[in-house]
Design a protein around this ligand. Structure first.
Ligand code: ZN
Length: 155
């Protein structure tokens, strides 16, 4: 499948999702033009605030390929990834992100993607969400254990 066909599949998933009671988002992960996994948003259906189309597709693709590293795969998403999904895409090492609607389009229909992007750009004490450093000395031990573990699987 070419890029446009893969994006049209993501867009079709976004429309099917609305009809099924989910959010208006769909995503396809493909390798060399072949679909590895596809998913739609299931936040309300699964009672899971992290069940965005991109995260759902990454989980399915990783399980299918038996790896946490999706290098060599691209993602086609019906809307620009929110900060959570963008982070997940970086963690998954996906190659190229193709998107159709953008964060401003999502804001116009009531989604917080653009708001969260603007929050990230602020200093922690300027954000709406309160953040407080707590027990950093006690938390450091796990990091030292990780650093000293020669058997670890790095990611
Ligand atoms: Zn997202």
């Amino acid at each position: 499948m070419n890029k446009e066909e893969l994006m049209r599949r993501a867009i079709a998933l976004s429309e099917q999702s609305v009809l099924a009671g989910g959010g208006p988002f769909g995503a396809v992960i493909a390798r060399n033009g072949e679909i590895v996994a596809e998913a739609s948003n299931s936040v309300t259906l699964d009672h899971d605030p992290t069940a965005h189309a991109e995260v759902n597709a990454i989980r399915l693709a990783s399980r299918k390929l038996g790896t946490f590293d999706l290098s060599g795969c691209d993602i086609f998403t019906s809307c620009e990834p929110c900060p959570m999904c963008l982070g997940a895409i970086y963690w998954a090492h996906l190659d190229t992100i193709y998107y159709a609607n953008d964060r401003k389009d999502a804001a116009r229909i009531g989604f917080d993607d653009d708001f969260i992007y603007r929050e990230i750009a602020l200093k922690p004490d300027e954000r709406h969400k309160k953040m407080q450093l707590l027990l950093p000395d006690e938390a450091r031990k796990a990091f030292e254990m990780w650093q000293q573990n020669d058997e670890k699987t790095e990611y």
